[in-house]
Design a protein around this ligand. Structure first.
Ligand SMILES: C[S@@+](CC[C@H](N)C(=O)[O-])C[C@H]1O[C@@H](n2cnc3c(N)ncnc32)[C@H](O)[C@@H]1O
Length: 355
């Protein structure tokens, strides 16, 4: 799985425990990102729909959620990965843009990313293996990048992992059914249908995923876009259609309020963070149309960039870090019965709801 800010690694066992206790058979992972949560639900046997605006998130969802491991031609997949992994490098857009003009990858790896990506497009477009191979490439590139986990910048000296050669692995596919939907949650919430369980993990501040992970967007779109700035961001990062209503304080609160109201589900779980624009009280009030609402607060380590501190372009430390921890909130809302079962599940793993 790629390095991803806001990824819910620590929360997955909690969400899984609630899903198991609820007896849910279908689940929605809105704002799915890495698909980590959707994967956990699929592993529990739920039919999962995974939604996100990001192109790479759709690819991950087509790989891990939509693809049923039981119907994959595994020898063909292994052969395809071995073939791609054996290709020599050939400099193209990635090498020029992300290795020469910027320094996200070492050139010898950039050349291989170019060659593998070209081969996936030329030889596997339209194949059921396509999203699986693309996922394998993005995950391989992520293991040898030279960032702190965001693509707004690269580190001044090559990161130690960037010296390792790019290696493709076969993604660990899951048995079961699901669907990948690339869409704006604010537009499709009312049309997605009914789910036993819905998990919402929206962005909680002005930092945009489109620019934070622009290299993965480009690797999927494979459209050699014009770019700007030191980080060589895609030119369409400036366009309105790539901006999310959840990244602006003015638009986020009404959008989330409407979304929470229009989703059709028995039990809703919403992740939020004490660095967000919304207070916990406001969130609880937002869920006020549900019969019962409980909240859980979990201490969490902040993103690594925040831990390293603030530096000027010469690499000197110029600011201090205000704090290294924040609190992740989970709001659980729905009919009294399912919320009571969710609360009991939390208590069983030693987590008492705080509200
Ligand atoms: C906090 S991250 C989710 C992380 C995810 N739960 C995980 O564990 O990987 C928020 C996600 O919201 C997506 N996003 C932003 N605006 C969106 C919108 N309007 N509709 C759907 N997804 C959006 C971003 O692309 C990002 O993947």
């Amino acid at each position: 799985m790629i390095k991803y800010i806001g990824s819910k690694r620590r929360l997955v066992p909690v969400l899984s425990a609630i899903a198991a206790a609820s007896g849910a058979r279908s689940a929605l992972d809105l704002f799915t990102g890495t698909t980590r949560v959707a994967q956990a639900f699929k592993q529990q046997g739920l039919a999962v729909s995974a939604v996100d605006t990001a192109r790479y998130a759709e690819v991950f969802a087509r790989c891990y959620i939509e693809t049923d491991a039981a119907s994959v031609d595994h020898p063909a997949l292994r052969d395809a990965i071995a073939y791609l992994d054996g290709l020599g490098g050939r400099a193209g857009y990635v090498t020029e843009t992300f290795c020469v003009r910027s320094r996200f990858f070492q050139p010898f790896n950039g050349e291989r990313i170019d060659a593998v990506r070209d081969a996936i497009e030329a030889e596997f477009a339209g194949s059921p293996l396509y999203p699986v191979l693309l996922t394998s490439l993005i995950e391989a590139a992520d293991r040898v990048d030279s960032t702190t986990g965001l693509q707004m910048a690269y580190v001044k000296r090559w990161a130690p992992r960037s010296f390792a050669p790019l290696r493709l692995r076969v993604p660990e596919l899951l048995v079961g059914s699901g669907s990948a939907i690339r869409a704006d949650a604010a537009r499709v919430g009312a049309t997605l249908g009914h789910f036993d369980l819905a998990y919402l993990d929206p962005p909680y501040n002005q930092h945009r995923y489109f620019t934070n992970y622009h290299v993965w967007e480009t690797l999927v779109a494979w459209d050699a876009p014009e770019h700007y700035g030191v980080a060589c961001k895609r030119i369409d990062a400036r366009a309105d259609h790539t901006k999310s209503v959840f990244n602006s304080k003015r638009t986020m609160i009404p959008a989330l309020t409407a979304l929470v109201r229009e989703l059709s589900c028995e039990l809703m779980m919403l992740s939020y963070n004490d660095e967000s624009w919304l207070s916990l009280d406001a969130l609880v009030e937002m869920c006020g149309h549900h019969e019962a609402v409980r909240t859980l607060g979990l201490p969490s380590a902040r993103y690594v960039g925040a831990r390293i501190g603030i530096h000027n372009p010469a690499g000197q430390r110029v600011g201090t870090v205000s704090h290294l921890h924040n609190t992740e909130y989970l709001v659980v809302a729905g009919a009294r019965g399912p919320v009571a079962r969710a609360t009991a599940a939390l208590e069983a793993v030693g987590l008492a709801p705080t509200g």
